[in-house]
Design a protein around this ligand. Structure first.
Ligand SMILES: [Zn+2]
Length: 385
């Protein structure tokens, strides 16, 4: 078999009947598994993952993998084309208003329009109580794939909603993988990672300085859609007092800096971080790198947003990724029209101070925002990972 294979998946068909596709690059290594799935740019303005995938192409040519990979750059042609003037409005689907990273199917939760689960983990565990680990792993993956097939079939006579068609096209490929990396960026942010709770060694292998740990709950994102079912399965076996069935798949959302930024030089560094994680998972040979610095983590439940207390122009007084103390000045909301006569600068400025100790991780991408919009998000209750 050739090392590389390329095919297209259809995400949507536009109003004049043209298929909007994304390229899926299969890299067949020495073994079909472990299999990694890596996609970039599902949010149309979050570009840097494409540079990382390009650098991975080059690396995989030099270093034939032990397992295999599926790489999907520019996975969302719909979002990438939602350009309004100069600005790519790529997070929300303009056709539905829904975040492109929230429509995936919860395969071990209630099915659409019914309280029954697509795949009942307790029933599966009961049937496979005495099965081998590989029978469990393969059988459960088949069950997840069958559930996705059933979703597609059920739509048949009724037609498929565009949002579901989009999610299925991606999920049908990603569900095969043992580790899923969804490459995003923040608004204005350093590199940070959404990681499954408890995946500490894998998380450290990325060497990304800030980590948000995600509990096993489903909110519609791709990483969750890929690892939460396997977590649910492990829990079901634990309820039967079988503790050797660990979570067999992981998923991460990798935030590679700020939206709209794109650098091939940085892409080489990003690919090194990703390759290190893939070594941890055995997709690539060798050992993961030791993180070069202290990694700061908190639960995603302790990742809190500050909403603009007044409308205005944002003067950030710390840069994204800065540790702060409660009471520190972190931004000024400025509006000269608040001045009366004689006009004084202090009348134009409303200070925003940190409500808690933590790390200011992300600022809104734009510098003119109304009251009530997310001004910034910060990690609280942080610890070293
Ligand atoms: Zn994103």
């Amino acid at each position: 078999m050739d090392r590389w294979e390329r095919k297209e998946i259809v995400l949507r068909t536009n109003a004049v009947g043209q298929a909007m596709t994304a390229p899926v690059f299969w890299c067949h290594g020495r073994n079909p598994r472990p299999l990694a799935y890596v996609q970039a740019n599902v949010h149309g303005g979050e570009l840097q993952g494409n540079a990382a995938i390009l650098a991975l192409f080059e690396q995989l040519e030099k270093e034939p993998p032990r397992g295999s990979l599926v790489l999907v750059p520019r996975v969302n042609p719909i979002a990438a084309n939602q350009q309004i003037g100069d600005y790519v409005a790529g997070v929300y689907d303009l056709a539905t208003g829904v975040n492109f990273n929230r429509g995936y199917i919860n395969l071990t939760g209630p099915s659409r329009g019914s309280s029954a689960c697509y795949v009942d983990v307790d029933a599966f565990a009961a049937v496979h109580r005495d099965a081998t680990l590989s029978e469990i792993r393969d059988g459960f993956r088949e069950a997840l794939k069958a559930a996705l097939g059933a979703v597609r079939d059920a739509a048949g006579p009724w037609g498929m909603e565009a949002r579901l068609e989009f999610a299925l096209a991606i999920q049908e490929v990603a569900i095969e993988a043992d580790v899923v990396l969804d490459l995003h960026t923040g608004d204005r942010a350093p590199r940070y990672l959404y990681a499954p709770e408890g995946a500490t060694a894998a998380t450290r292998a990325f060497g990304i300085p800030f980590v948000l740990e995600v509990p096993p709950r489903f909110a519609g994102a791709l990483d969750e859609a890929c690892w939460v079912p396997w977590n649910d399965l492990a829990e079901a076996f634990r309820r039967l007092n079988r503790t050797d069935v660990r979570r067999f798949a992981d998923g991460f959302t990798v935030e590679l800096g700020s939206m709209n930024a794109f650098s091939m030089t940085q892409g080489v560094e990003d690919a090194k971080r990703i390759a290190s994680a893939l070594r941890y998972y055995g997709v690539l040979d060798g050992e993961p790198d030791d993180p070069a610095y202290r990694i700061v983590a908190c639960s995603v439940n302790d990742y809190k947003s500050i909403y603009a207390p007044v409308s205005g122009l944002v003067d950030a007084t710390v840069s994204p990724g800065t540790p702060v103390r409660k009471g520190d000045l972190i931004a000024r909301m400025v509006d000269p029209t608040r001045c009366t006569l004689p006009p004084r600068v202090q009348d134009a400025v409303v200070e925003v101070r940190s409500p808690e100790d933590g790390v200011v991780l992300l600022f809104h991408a734009f510098s003119s925002i109304p009251r009530g919009l997310r001004l910034l998000s910060m990690m609280t209750n942080t610890r070293a990972l």
